[in-house]
Ligand binder design. Structure first.
Ligand code: Z5A
Length: 221
């Protein structure tokens, strides 16, 4: 796949896009294959890529991630505020400078995760989430988002196959995971230009090909 995409840098369209960097995010329920696909896309796109994740991506934001993932009894509002703090640090310290340096930033989860998890799953007002996101990102939104869509029970099975430890969110009832999926499906419907829904029940190779196809479509717009 590497070779295929390396044909692109000479394209005037791609050069134009790279003047501003490209911000790509991956989303989906647990075990949907985000980490797998983020790594495959990064390998295909080559040295211009900066790979990162949320919550996390910088030393301070990674410390917040640890609190977020390990604190049993945390309220959804506290989750939201921790995520917002981590995002403010991440956007300012890593994402914006990388985009200014014309990099392709690929981020494993971003603002759509907050809508899906803290909004649809957690019941926090969506308008508040959007407003907070605007404040902490300074209005930065991804150029392209891939939602890897999968029934949550399949994602959880995939994860549990290789793991003995289940984190706080993975242990939640299936109903909460279904709400997350519903949130992601709504995001895809609301913003089809930015958000591309990918059937993540397919093989990892097929999913990767679908992602590359959408990426090329984006470049040629
Ligand atoms: N969170 C939030 O609540 N609000 C927010 O705003 C943000 C985040 C930003 C981060 O956890 C948690 O933070 C997350 C939401 C919350 N909830 N949890 N838990 P994380 O980063 O540690 O975990 P994750 O984001 O859910 O990723 P994951 O669980 O590691 O799954 P994944 O990255 O989507 O999947 P994977 O690791 O690539 O694959 C899982 C397994 O499936 C693995 O064995 C693969 O080999 C296999 N796999 C991958 N693709 C396939 C296909 N196509 N077929 C079959 N098997 C596959």
């Amino acid at each position: 796949m590497k070779g295929t995409l390396h044909m692109k840098p000479t394209s005037p369209i791609r050069k134009e896009k790279l003047k501003h960097g490209i911000f790509i995010t991956f989303e989906g329920v647990e075990g949907a294959g985000k980490t797998t696909q983020v790594q495959r896309l990064a390998a295909a796109l080559g040295p211009d890529v900066v790979l990162t994740r949320e919550p996390g991506g910088t030393p301070i934001a990674e410390r917040i991630r640890h609190i977020f993932l390990t604190s049993d009894g945390i309220t959804t509002m506290t989750e939201l505020l921790l995520l917002a703090a981590a995002r403010a640090q991440h956007v300012n310290e890593l994402i914006r400078p990388a985009l200014a340096a014309n990099k392709i930033v690929i981020c494993d989860r971003f603002i759509d995760a907050t809508v899906a998890y803290q909004g649809y799953r957690g019941g926090i007002d969506l308008a508040l989430i959007h407003q907070l996101n605007r404040v902490v990102t300074g209005g930065l939104t991804p150029d392209l988002t891939f939602i890897l869509d999968l029934p949550p029970e399949i994602g959880l099975q995939r994860k549990q196959r290789g793991e003995t430890h289940r984190d706080r969110l993975e242990r939640e009832p299936l109903d909460r995971h279904r709400k997350v999926r519903k949130g992601y499906l709504s995001a895809a419907k609301a913003d089809p230009d930015r958000v591309k829904l990918i059937d993540a029940a397919q093989s990892a190779d097929t999913v990767h090909t679908a992602i590359l196809t959408e990426y090329h479509k984006y470049l040629s717009q």
